[in-house]
Ligand binder design. Structure first.
Ligand SMILES: C[S@@+](CC[C@H](N)C(=O)[O-])C[C@H]1O[C@@H](n2cnc3c(N)ncnc32)[C@H](O)[C@@H]1O
Length: 324
């Protein structure tokens, strides 16, 4: 979403600052701040401005001209918060590789089912790694249907995601959005919001929604998962979804386009992905294409129909494991 640049005087830290660039205007819109400066310091505005304070606005500016994984993924899912550079990549997938959006769609649906099952299994606190931009339904929405006071920390290394998340996801004190690299578990654990919200003596749910696909082998995703697993209490859950290597022409083209567009993106075979769980107990149905991972039961009175997977649905798999 690119809005027209306009002058705006704002009260961040009660200073009067003049912001005229597109990023700032986007932020005002995401945080639903009024178009003209309300210098009467109304509490509502102050509450929202608080969320703006620590944003990495310079990093956002620097990333505006390059496609971002989060924004392209959101665009493919039907989101509106993106720039021309993101649309170009998203349109390539949907135009040149029709059907490839099912990679994103089935991945997102499976994550929400994972959150549903974590809540059913008694998990009351979740860290969502590489959470992405907010969608119509988010991990905390699903968890809170069963656990109204569920605590959630969303983690992402993209400052746009953090800005959006603070505006739209962090709706109360039990939800935080942290800017951090998934490849650095210690930094995440030491973050004040993680220390405040996550009790590692109790079961925790950790969601790695396709984010490990964006860690190269040198970043050692297996070690990242192991690091977390070692610190989790019994009955914790770890969910991973990941791009699976395919041999079709379409699979090769998708893999190449993701690498070219973002400079990262590693596709792995199922055995490799499974090995990330290490000593954790992989729960039923094991690793499966996201589209087949614990699907919603058929509507009452209808027969379960197992339709064939498309080539795209076959390229993303998921699994959930339990700490014994
Ligand atoms: C394809 S999106 C997936 C979003 C969400 N997890 C889902 O599956 O619906 C991948 C997300 O991972 C984030 N990401 C990629 N590499 C990361 C890293 N090293 N640390 C933290 N976040 C990362 C991206 O910014 C993006 O928001």
């Amino acid at each position: 979403m690119l809005m027209e640049s306009r002058a705006y005087t704002c009260i961040v830290r009660c200073e009067r600052l003049l912001h005229t660039d597109a990023i700032w205007n986007d932020l005002l819109s995401w945080f639903r701040l009024p178009a003209s400066c309300p210098c009467d310091h109304r509490p509502l505005v102050h509450g929202r401005v608080k969320g703006l304070r620590d944003l990495n606005i310079n990093a956002m500016r620097a990333r505006q001209s390059r496609p971002s994984v989060a924004r392209v993924y959101s665009y493919v899912l039907g989101g509106r918060d993106n720039y021309g550079v993101d649309k170009d990549v998203g349109d390539f997938f949907m135009g040149d590789l029709p059907g490839s959006e099912m990679l994103a769609i089935t991945n997102r649906q499976a994550i929400l089912r994972a959150a549903r099952d974590m809540a059913s299994d008694g998990i009351r606190q979740v860290i969502d790694m590489g959470c992405g931009l907010p969608t119509d339904e988010n991990v905390h929405d699903v968890l809170r249907r069963k656990v109204p006071d569920a605590r959630v920390v969303y983690v992402d290394n993209d400052p746009f995601v953090v800005a959006h998340g603070r505006a739209l996801l962090a709706i109360d004190e039990n939800i935080a959005v942290v800017e951090a690299d998934v490849g650095d578990p210690a930094a995440i654990r030491e973050h004040p919001d993680v220390q405040r919200l996550i009790d590692f003596d109790e079961p925790v749910g950790i969601i790695f929604g396709v984010v490990l696909s964006f860690l190269d082998d040198e970043a050692d995703p297996a070690a990242v998962v192991r690091d977390w697993s070692q610190r989790l209490a019994p009955e914790s859950r770890v969910y991973i979804s990941h791009f699976r290597t395919g041999r079709t022409r379409e699979a090769v083209a998708t893999e190449r386009k993701i690498r070219d567009a973002f400079g990262v993106g590693t596709w792995r075979d199922e055995e490799k992905i499974k090995s990330f769980f290490g000593d954790l107990e992989l729960l039923e149905p094991g690793m499966a294409p996201c589209a087949r991972w614990r699907p919603e039961p058929p509507a009452p009175g209808t027969d379960p129909v197992q339709k064939d997977l498309s080539i795209w649905e076959d390229l993303i798999v998921a699994g959930m494991a339990r700490k014994r």
